[in-house]
Design a protein around this ligand. Structure first.
Ligand SMILES: C[C@@]1(CC(=O)O)C2=NC(=C\c3[nH]c(c(CCC(=O)O)c3CC(=O)O)Cc3[nH]c(c(CC(=O)O)c3CCC(=O)O)/C=C3\N/C(=C\2)[C@@H](CCC(=O)O)[C@]3(C)CC(=O)O)/[C@H]1CCC(=O)O
Ligand SMILES: NC(=O)c1ccc[n+]([C@@H]2O[C@H](COP(=O)([O-])OP(=O)(O)OC[C@H]3O[C@@H](n4cnc5c(N)ncnc54)[C@H](O)[C@@H]3O)[C@@H](O)[C@H]2O)c1
Length: 272
């Protein structure tokens, strides 16, 4: 018999999307691993400081420093580097296990979250293998079992994604923002979410699951979403107040016989 609630399966990680925008992060080390860490951090708009002797710098880290993408100190780590309560996180990637352990202990004394590359027990969090396409990020973790496998799984997932998915998500983001402007109140919350989900489900019912659905009159495709212009979005948003979800043709051509009322079920819209 199926369980009523999901079964707990311990031993995993809590996977989150940490918002480090404008927050200070210290990276100790300037080699190949540090280069990857720095890129991840800059992609998340963090304020990055790198501490590493110049002669140990990898070309990519040197490039970030030369282009002032990071703040830089040309020396080894010193405990006083942690004397800044604005530091949100410390990442070490040094080829010196003693220095690594010392940094971990100091971070714990100061309650700063830290990742010590190479030493899983000395990590408050692990990195994962990340696929990025505009606003879309997919992280794969094997929870320390096999980082190379994480890389392989991530590539396989990415290869199976529709090519326009990042753009489509960006458009949905724009639409969602505009919808909030049209219906800002908290009291609109449930209606706003229901209508928005109905619109997104129309797009889900098309290219993402296409062949099985081919007898159903499909109204939106991923490409349609990507092609949405300002004008299309304003047209679409006019259907929010009467709680209707139009077809793309209706938005573009204004013909209304196909119009259907959203009945609250997130099923398929069938226009015959
Ligand atoms: C995913 C990725 C993200 C990133 O680092 O950004 C990542 N490691 C990557 C690559 C990679 N790392 C290593 C190899 C060599 C081959 C091999 O060992 O497999 C390769 C492969 C390569 O280089 O191709 C060596 C290695 N790594 C760790 C140890 C220590 C240990 O296991 O004890 C050792 C042994 C050192 C030694 O033996 O001396 C530990 C960790 N590495 C993690 C993440 C965390 C667990 C993530 C997970 O389990 O999913 C964790 C626990 C902590 C952390 O680093 O956060 C990135 C792939 C990104 C991508 O390409 O997409
Ligand atoms: N994702 C992972 O977890 C992963 C993957 C591969 C390797 N590693 C491990 O991570 C560590 C770093 O790997 P790498 O390839 O970048 O090494 P690397 O030799 O290219 O770089 C080490 C860097 O640390 C700097 N450094 C050394 N001591 C320092 C100190 N006290 N203060 C500041 N900087 C210092 C060096 O100048 C150099 O820039 C190694 O121990 C490696 O085995 C981890």
């Amino acid at each position: 018999m199926a369980e009523k609630f999901p079964k707990v399966e311990g031993g995993g990680s809590l996977i989150l999307a940490w918002q480090v925008k404008n927050k200070k992060v210290l990276v100790v080390g300037g080699g190949e691993v540090a280069a990857g860490r720095v890129l991840n951090l800059l992609n998340a708009d963090a304020k990055v400081t790198v501490i590493s002797p110049r002669d140990g710098l990898n070309d990519e880290v040197a490039y970030r420093i030369d282009h002032r993408e990071v703040q830089y100190f040309d020396r080894k780590f010193e405990p006083s580097d942690l004397d800044d309560d604005q530091i949100t996180m410390v990442l070490t990637a040094v080829d010196d296990p003693e220095a690594s352990s010392q940094i971990w202990k100091l971070c714990k004394e100061r309650k700063i979250a830290a990742n010590i590359a190479d030493v899983p027990p000395e990590c408050d969090f692990y990195f994962g293998s990340v696929h990025r396409d505009g606003p879309l990020q997919i992280m794969v973790s094997t929870n320390g079992n096999g980082p190379k496998m994480a890389n392989i799984v991530r590539r396989r997932i990415a290869a199976n994604l529709p090519p326009n998915i990042g753009n489509a998500i960006a458009k949905v983001g724009e639409l969602r923002k505009k919808l909030r402007a049209v219906a800002p109140g908290n009291d609109q919350g449930p209606k706003r979410m229901k209508w928005y989900v109905a619109v997104v489900m129309l797009f889900k019912s098309t290219k993402l699951t296409y062949s099985r659905m081919s007898n159903v009159c499909l109204q939106w495709s991923l490409e349609d979403l990507c092609d949405m212009e300002e004008e299309d979005m304003s047209q679409l948003l006019q259907y929010y107040t009467p709680d209707k979800v139009p077809s793309l043709n209706q938005i573009r051509l204004g013909d209304d016989p196909d119009e259907w009322k959203f009945d609250g079920s997130f099923g398929w819209a069938c226009v015959v």
